[in-house]
Design a protein around this ligand. Sequence first.
Ligand code: GTP
Ligand code: MG
Length: 319
Amino acid sequence: MLSGQAVVKTALMTETTAEPQGPEKAGIVSIVGRTNVGKSTLANHLLGEKVSIVSDTVQTTRNLIRAILTEPRGQIVFLDTPGVHKAKGDLGKNLNKAARSAIHGVDAILLVVDASAKPALEDDGWFRRIAREEVPCIIALNKSDLHSDRSADYKALWQEICEEKESGAVPVWASVSALHGNGMTALLDTLFKNTPEGPPLFPDDILTDYPRKLNMADVIREKLVYRLHSELPHAIAVWIENIDEQEKKWTVDAIIYVERHSQKGIVIGEKGRLLKWVREQAEKELYEMYGVRFKLTLWVKVEKNWRKNVWMLKKFGYA
Ligand SMILES: Nc1nc2c(ncn2[C@@H]2O[C@H](COP(=O)(O)OP(=O)(O)OP(=O)(O)O)[C@@H](O)[C@H]2O)c(=O)[nH]1
Ligand SMILES: [Mg+2]
């Protein structure tokens, strides 16, 4: 539950190796990489709680989301970022820019790659970007549960780029499966080793400072994206218009923005079936997250070219 921390902490403490308690530690770790490599899945697993939505569509994450892990040995504030990909429009370009600048002013960089596939152009870009960074870099070779292991290709690429850039940077390589949780203990130990001394940055009972309205909108978008294909997931934005918090039930009005009338029909589905499924799934997940029943009302609105409209992008926090 996002508001109830006790469960989360117990789960995490059994998973991590107990270290003798030393001085207080606190730091910010930026989780970066190309789109779809599993950054949000990893952030959620490191935290033991879902704070960031996940899908197999590109640029699922559209905002910078802080995932705050507090343990007896210290606090790490993970920054989940949008995945970089070849962007055509303003939305994609803005998200790429936000992700690229998220490596500045942090204590360590956690670059995630999909080690089950060959390095892509965007991986090359990230390697070049971090090769001369002064902060510690950890490269998570994710999706280790899948059979094809291309880790050696990533290590060779790193070598090549460092030679070209005359950099002696040596990252820590960590083989993980964010989906199944393999390699998490070792990864967390490495991250805490690279965390500077200092008092916590957030109170110890906070998992994220991501605004509730944005989180609720993301949960609805995640369910939509799960059912929609092709270009449609990119043409969708969700906005929470109103929340009425009663003790036993929260009544929420949400607007689903699409760009064309034809898309509106697809989102609603035959006899409203798709929208009904989305509503039910989102209500269920929000109940699990917030521990209170939800009554969602979903409206679908056409907003032509919202992805090019700077005001709309600002409204959603995408610019
Ligand atoms: N097999 C396998 N799949 C994974 C693993 N980690 C993530 N995935 C899947 O990869 C897809 C993308 O995961 P996300 O966590 O949304 O990836 P992301 O890097 O945050 O993507 P963007 O937000 O678009 O940048 C989802 O279908 C995940 O279930 C893993 O360790 N193994
Ligand atoms: Mg993501």
